[in-house]
Design a protein around this ligand. Structure first.
Ligand code: PLP
Length: 361
């Protein structure tokens, strides 16, 4: 649930008065500043963009540049949402999919440092699956050691950076999605967290067609701007963020309570704060049980989802692209099921979901 019209109205009136609708207007600047303050980051550490995907593309161009012929590959996990790979392709890279660590659900930076394709790699994308906490220290060390620029797709990880702003670094940019399905949202929108005023300025230029203040196109770019209307939603969201945040916490607690009294479960619930509050996952004992979880819920008209499909290496568009063996990705994508996670679910609805799960064997 996003902020209701009444809480956005005062911001919309400011747009009417200023007649400034996009292109880094006053509401966007206010939202960047307020987010920096809220996340206890220095000024110019938050850049807002039109979508999470635009934020990812701008971060790639600003940090790694577009692909070069001698280093065409982008290493990335297969266990992610398709947007990760599409953004790299838009920047000229050829995705090469790697497997993830079974504990962190992210690629292991130590293992990647000796990847056989590394000499052809121009970009490494690490994804915080389901908004888990990234080991930024390890990614910064990987980048320093290999010279391969790293960009983090932290799409769902707002709460991790909120809990520990030291995860925001100057060496490696992190993208957040502010899409309506994520916790902190502007309906459509994205952000780059990066303790780098130079990086901030490059992101602004990339997202404005690569144009300088003199209206000269000096670098690669595109239209990646967030409008004042979306900034208005974001400001209203920030005004009411403590309540929205509390509702995500309450959702996870309600699932925890329901699971605690159920006799048997086909797997383990993975909930906020381990994952983003926008996700409620069940980590099933095996893929067959996971399939039965989906069909038992569907029989009651309850939706469930494998958020990352069966891994990107299985997507039709990605056929023929390079990838490592994928035992962990295949296991995780078979066994992780996304359960209903709306903040307005009632305890009774959640109890019904959990009771249905407990009858799956
Ligand atoms: C949501 C998401 C994106 C895309 O963000 P948009 O704001 O929808 O463009 C990218 N990567 C991951 C892992 C996501 O979950």
């Amino acid at each position: 649930m996003l902020p209701p019209a009444a809480s956005i109205a005062a911001y919309l009136e400011r747009i009417d008065a200023a007649r400034w609708y996009s292109n880094r207007g006053p509401l966007l600047e206010e939202l960047e500043t307020r987010l920096c303050n809220y996340l206890k980051l220095p000024p110019f550490s938050v850049s807002l963009l039109g979508t999470g995907s635009a934020a990812l593309e701008a971060a790639i161009i600003a940090h790694a540049g577009t692909a070069r012929p001698d280093r065409p590959l982008a290493l990335m996990p297969s266990y992610t949402f398709i947007a990760t790979a599409l953004s790299a392709i838009r920047c000229g890279y050829e995705p090469w999919f790697v497997d993830v660590d079974p504990e962190t659900w992210m690629p292991d930076p130590k293992a990647l440092a000796s990847h056989p394709e590394l000499h052809r790699v121009g970009l490494v994308m690490a994804v915080t699956a389901y908004g888990c906490r990234p080991d930024m220290e390890a990614w910064v060390a990987f980048q320093a050691e290999t010279g391969c620029p790293v960009v983090i797709d932290g799409a769902g990880a707002f709460e991790q950076f909120e809990a520990d702003p030291s995860l925001v670094r100057s060496e490696v940019p992190v993208m957040l999605s502010l899409h309506a399905t994520k916790t902190f949202s502007t309906a459509e929108g994205g952000a780059v967290l990066w303790r780098s005023p130079d990086g901030w300025a490059r992101l602004a230029q990339v997202a404005n067609f690569g144009m300088s203040d003199e209206r000269r196109c000096e670098m690669d770019g595109f239209n990646g701007k967030l409008s004042e209307y979306h900034a208005a939603v974001g400001l209203a969201q920030l005004d009411h963020w403590p309540e929205r945040r509390a509702r995500f916490v309450a959702l996870a607690d309600s699932y925890r309570r329901a699971a605690a009294v159920s006799l048997s479960m086909p797997g383990t619930l993975r909930l906020s704060p381990e994952v983003s509050g926008a996700y409620v996952l069940i980590d099933c004992i095996d893929p067959e049980r996971a399939d039965r979880v989906c069909s038992s819920l569907a029989a009651l008209g309850i939706a469930s989802r494998r958020w990352y499909g069966r891994g990107l290496h299985g997507e039709p568009l990605m056929q023929g692209r390079g990838h490592d063996p994928m035992p962990v990705t295949e296991w995780l994508s078979g066994t992780h099921i996304g359960l209903p996670a709306a903040v307005d679910l009632t305890d009774a609805q959640i109890a019904l979901v959990v009771e249905t799960l407990s009858r799956v064997n």
